[in-house]
Design a protein around this ligand. Structure first.
Ligand code: KIV
Ligand code: ZN
Length: 386
């Protein structure tokens, strides 16, 4: 693996599936996992095996069918969780156990009613125990975003001593600013003893709409794995969106950070997850929203018709969208009308266009969006065609 390769850890089926009311059955999870494998993700977090018999069954089924990616199961720093995860992962070609514990004072004092030293001991013991089942163990420091850096470094050192290969630094509550999250990763990279034995991973939540920005700051500052979900789904405001981080890195090649993702599958993947979960994707969602490549104002349409790159930084084909859409509304100009008219078979002269445009505007004031059928009607009922 090159030092510039960013591992994509997909947690759609674990953290993503924690969206209220969006449970997937095993068959649906297996279909999504197969597609994620073809998409080129490095790790598929298939579930939290101890949480329910259904989740155990799903992790086991996914372990059997995934060919390329590592298959991962989540656990708490609890022996039984780890034992059950190891059992669910036994058929995986590349199994990973993802274990960990809360490290912020809020978690230590209120959730565990414990103290910092005991948490370090529990982190060490959990990783050590997971290592007795699999080689690849990832440790998470829950609420690392609000954990003081010096203490977090000590927890990470204990996890590395116990054999962790990946250190996950979650901004569990989506609280950090990008500069703060980037500085945290830099601090750990520079201060954790033994850090050359493990990679740092970004796991950011989107409570302030900063998950993508924070993950990108994380990799710029030395992390080498991003944990994300398709469409950014997840609890509360969701997780980092896979399609967003992948396209940020692709569109900024000077960062010299690559992923193995086949980006032309992104739109299809988004549709599959949204349909399976019954979660509608907002139209203005970056990369995969219905309007991500749609232009409706006259000035923008004129620019895009002359040269797509005037208002598009991504070629829609690169993410699996056939072409940009020129949407006809009352805000559209003559250029857009002529373009759409040509697409449905009318080559209008300048004079004809002036006449048809006047008819179009009165039609568009009555109807929000003009479709191909409307275009025929508008043209055929214009003076030039009577
Ligand atoms: O957000 C979080 O802290 C998590 C961990 C359990 C990895 O999802
Ligand atoms: Zn999370």
């Amino acid at each position: 693996m090159s030092d510039n390769n960013i591992q994509i850890f997909d947690t759609t089926l674990r953290d993503g599936e924690q969206v209220p009311g969006c449970k997937l059955n095993t068959e649906q999870k297996v279909i999504i996992a197969k597609q994620l494998d073809i998409l080129g993700v490095d790790v598929i977090e298939a579930g939290f095996p101890v949480s329910s018999p259904g989740d155990f069954k799903s992790v086991q089924a996914i372990s059997k069918i995934v060919k390329n990616a590592t298959v991962c199961g989540l656990t708490r720093a609890v022996e039984n969780d780890i034992k059950v995860a190891a059992e669910a992962l036994q058929y995986a070609t590349k199994p990973r156990i993802h274990t960990g514990i809360g490290t912020s004072d809020s978690h230590i004092i209120h959730k565990f009613k414990s103290n910092r030293e005991t948490i370090i001991e529990r982190a060490f013991a959990a990783v050590k125990y997971a290592k007795s089942f699999v080689e690849d163990v990832e440790f998470y420091a829950e609420d690392a975003g609000r954990t003081e850096n010096e203490y977090l470094a000590r927890v990470c050192e204990a996890a590395i001593r116990a054999g962790a290969t990946v250190l996950n630094i979650p901004d569990t509550t989506g609280y950090c600013l990008p500069s703060e999250y980037g500085a945290k990763i830099k601090y750990l990279k520079e201060n954790v003893k033994g850090i050359d034995k493990a990679i740092l991973s970004c796991h950011c939540h989107n409570d302030l709409g900063l998950a993508t920005a924070n993950s990108i700051e994380g990799v710029i500052n030395g992390a080498r794995q991003i944990e994300c979900t398709i469409n950014g789904i997840g609890e509360r405001a969701g997780n980092t969106a896979l399609e967003e981080v992948v396209m940020v890195l692709k569109q900024h090649p000077y960062l010299n950070l690559d992923t193995k993702i086949n980006t032309s599958m992104l739109y299809g993947m988004s549709q599959l997850v949204s349909d399976s979960m019954g979660i509608y994707t907002q139209p203005n969602k970056a990369i995969v929203g219905a309007n991500a490549f749609a232009h409706s104002s006259g000035i923008h349409q004129d620019g895009v018709i002359k040269n797509r790159e005037t208002y598009e930084i991504i070629n829609p084909k690169d993410v699996g969208v056939t072409e940009s859409a020129i949407v006809l509304t009352a805000r559209s100009g003559r250029a857009a009308l002529a373009y759409r008219a040509k697409n449905v078979g009318y080559e209008l002269t300048k004079l004809q266009l002036d006449d048809v445009y006047a008819n179009f505007l009165s039609f568009a004031d009555r109807k929000k969006e003009i479709n191909d059928g409307d275009i025929h009607q508008i043209i055929e009922t214009s003076n030039v065609y009577r």
